[in-house]
Design a protein around this ligand. Structure first.
Ligand code: MG
Length: 164
Protein backbone atom coordinates (compact mmCIF):
# COMPACT_ATOMS: atom_id res chain seq x y z
CA UNK A 1 0.00 0.00 0.00
CA UNK A 2 1.15 3.50 -0.80
CA UNK A 3 0.62 6.23 1.73
CA UNK A 4 0.07 9.52 0.00
CA UNK A 5 2.18 12.06 1.79
CA UNK A 6 1.83 15.30 -0.14
CA UNK A 7 -0.39 16.87 -2.79
CA UNK A 8 0.43 19.65 -5.22
CA UNK A 9 -1.42 21.56 -7.89
CA UNK A 10 -0.17 23.35 -10.98
CA UNK A 11 -1.65 25.60 -13.64
CA UNK A 12 -0.32 26.94 -16.91
CA UNK A 13 -1.54 28.69 -20.04
CA UNK A 14 0.14 29.43 -23.37
CA UNK A 15 -1.11 31.33 -26.40
CA UNK A 16 -1.61 29.56 -29.72
CA UNK A 17 0.21 30.97 -32.73
CA UNK A 18 1.05 29.93 -36.27
CA UNK A 19 4.41 28.48 -37.22
CA UNK A 20 4.93 26.46 -34.03
CA UNK A 21 4.51 22.76 -33.32
CA UNK A 22 1.81 21.82 -30.84
CA UNK A 23 3.41 19.71 -28.12
CA UNK A 24 1.27 18.45 -25.25
CA UNK A 25 2.69 16.08 -22.63
CA UNK A 26 5.70 15.58 -24.88
CA UNK A 27 3.47 14.40 -27.74
CA UNK A 28 3.26 16.25 -31.04
CA UNK A 29 -0.38 16.90 -31.90
CA UNK A 30 -1.45 17.54 -35.47
CA UNK A 31 -2.75 21.11 -35.66
CA UNK A 32 -2.16 24.23 -37.74
CA UNK A 33 -0.93 26.20 -34.72
CA UNK A 34 1.35 25.61 -31.76
CA UNK A 35 1.90 27.17 -28.35
CA UNK A 36 4.16 30.18 -28.06
CA UNK A 37 6.82 30.35 -25.38
CA UNK A 38 10.50 30.33 -24.56
CA UNK A 39 10.69 26.53 -24.31
CA UNK A 40 8.53 24.18 -26.40
CA UNK A 41 5.64 25.73 -24.42
CA UNK A 42 4.23 22.35 -23.38
CA UNK A 43 1.44 23.64 -21.19
CA UNK A 44 0.60 20.15 -19.91
CA UNK A 45 4.09 19.34 -18.70
CA UNK A 46 4.54 22.83 -17.26
CA UNK A 47 1.46 22.38 -15.09
CA UNK A 48 2.65 18.91 -14.04
CA UNK A 49 6.09 20.32 -13.16
CA UNK A 50 4.51 23.02 -11.00
CA UNK A 51 2.27 20.44 -9.31
CA UNK A 52 5.31 18.25 -8.52
CA UNK A 53 7.30 21.22 -7.23
CA UNK A 54 4.30 22.40 -5.24
CA UNK A 55 3.77 19.00 -3.63
CA UNK A 56 7.43 18.85 -2.62
CA UNK A 57 7.57 22.52 -1.59
CA UNK A 58 10.45 23.09 -3.99
CA UNK A 59 9.36 26.34 -5.65
CA UNK A 60 7.99 26.80 -9.13
CA UNK A 61 8.99 26.32 -12.75
CA UNK A 62 9.89 29.98 -13.30
CA UNK A 63 12.33 29.88 -10.39
CA UNK A 64 14.05 26.72 -11.59
CA UNK A 65 14.06 27.42 -15.32
CA UNK A 66 13.90 31.21 -15.86
CA UNK A 67 12.64 32.19 -19.31
CA UNK A 68 15.39 34.83 -19.39
CA UNK A 69 18.00 32.05 -19.42
CA UNK A 70 19.10 31.17 -22.96
CA UNK A 71 19.83 27.62 -21.73
CA UNK A 72 16.09 26.95 -21.76
CA UNK A 73 15.33 28.43 -25.17
CA UNK A 74 13.30 25.87 -27.16
CA UNK A 75 14.18 23.17 -24.62
CA UNK A 76 11.99 20.07 -24.60
CA UNK A 77 9.79 20.21 -21.52
CA UNK A 78 10.26 16.44 -21.17
CA UNK A 79 13.86 17.30 -20.13
CA UNK A 80 12.61 19.82 -17.59
CA UNK A 81 10.13 17.30 -16.19
CA UNK A 82 12.86 14.68 -15.82
CA UNK A 83 15.05 17.16 -13.93
CA UNK A 84 12.14 17.94 -11.61
CA UNK A 85 11.23 14.26 -11.16
CA UNK A 86 14.83 13.60 -10.10
CA UNK A 87 14.79 16.61 -7.77
CA UNK A 88 11.63 15.31 -6.10
CA UNK A 89 13.20 11.84 -5.86
CA UNK A 90 16.32 13.29 -4.21
CA UNK A 91 13.97 15.02 -1.78
CA UNK A 92 12.68 11.52 -0.91
CA UNK A 93 9.37 11.42 -2.75
CA UNK A 94 7.87 9.76 -5.82
CA UNK A 95 4.68 10.55 -7.75
CA UNK A 96 1.69 8.33 -6.98
CA UNK A 97 -0.90 9.69 -9.38
CA UNK A 98 -1.59 12.71 -11.53
CA UNK A 99 -4.92 14.16 -12.61
CA UNK A 100 -5.10 16.73 -15.41
CA UNK A 101 -7.71 18.97 -16.94
CA UNK A 102 -6.65 20.36 -20.30
CA UNK A 103 -8.74 23.27 -21.58
CA UNK A 104 -8.61 23.61 -25.37
CA UNK A 105 -11.37 24.79 -27.67
CA UNK A 106 -9.34 23.37 -30.54
CA UNK A 107 -7.92 20.99 -31.50
CA UNK A 108 -10.26 18.41 -30.01
CA UNK A 109 -8.16 16.43 -27.57
CA UNK A 110 -10.52 13.55 -26.82
CA UNK A 111 -8.78 11.26 -29.39
CA UNK A 112 -5.38 11.97 -27.80
CA UNK A 113 -6.21 11.26 -24.17
CA UNK A 114 -4.80 7.72 -24.14
CA UNK A 115 -1.62 8.77 -25.93
CA UNK A 116 -1.06 11.59 -23.44
CA UNK A 117 -1.71 9.28 -20.48
CA UNK A 118 0.74 6.72 -21.82
CA UNK A 119 3.43 9.34 -22.34
CA UNK A 120 2.94 10.91 -18.90
CA UNK A 121 3.04 7.48 -17.26
CA UNK A 122 6.33 6.79 -19.02
CA UNK A 123 7.81 10.18 -18.09
CA UNK A 124 6.74 9.98 -14.44
CA UNK A 125 7.57 6.25 -14.16
CA UNK A 126 4.09 5.40 -12.90
CA UNK A 127 1.30 3.15 -14.19
CA UNK A 128 -1.05 4.18 -16.99
CA UNK A 129 -3.93 3.86 -14.50
CA UNK A 130 -2.26 6.41 -12.25
CA UNK A 131 -2.58 9.12 -14.91
CA UNK A 132 -5.85 10.85 -15.69
CA UNK A 133 -6.29 13.28 -18.58
CA UNK A 134 -9.56 15.14 -18.93
CA UNK A 135 -10.18 17.23 -22.05
CA UNK A 136 -12.51 20.23 -21.77
CA UNK A 137 -13.48 23.17 -23.89
CA UNK A 138 -14.21 26.61 -22.43
CA UNK A 139 -17.71 26.69 -23.93
CA UNK A 140 -16.71 29.46 -26.32
CA UNK A 141 -16.09 31.90 -23.46
CA UNK A 142 -13.05 34.16 -23.13
CA UNK A 143 -9.55 33.75 -24.56
CA UNK A 144 -9.59 29.98 -24.10
CA UNK A 145 -13.05 29.70 -25.61
CA UNK A 146 -12.07 31.55 -28.76
CA UNK A 147 -9.12 29.20 -29.24
CA UNK A 148 -6.41 31.79 -28.57
CA UNK A 149 -4.74 29.70 -25.89
CA UNK A 150 -4.59 26.31 -24.21
CA UNK A 151 -4.53 25.92 -20.43
CA UNK A 152 -3.96 23.00 -18.11
CA UNK A 153 -4.66 22.28 -14.45
CA UNK A 154 -2.73 19.47 -12.76
CA UNK A 155 -2.91 17.78 -9.39
CA UNK A 156 -0.30 15.27 -8.28
CA UNK A 157 0.19 13.24 -5.16
CA UNK A 158 3.53 12.10 -3.82
CA UNK A 159 4.48 9.26 -1.52
CA UNK A 160 7.62 8.98 0.55
CA UNK A 161 10.20 6.64 -0.96
CA UNK A 162 10.71 3.87 1.57
CA UNK A 163 14.12 2.30 1.32
CA UNK A 164 13.94 -1.29 2.53
MG1 MG B 1 4.54 27.46 -19.33
Amino acid sequence: MTNIARIGQGYDLHRLESGRKLILAGVEIEFEQGLSGHSDADVVLHSVIDALLGAAGLGDIGELFPDTDPAYKDIASTDLLEQVRQKVEQFGYKPVNVDLTVIAEKPKLQPYKSVLRRKLAELLKIDFDAVSVKAKTNEGIGELGTGRAIACHAVVSLAEIIIT
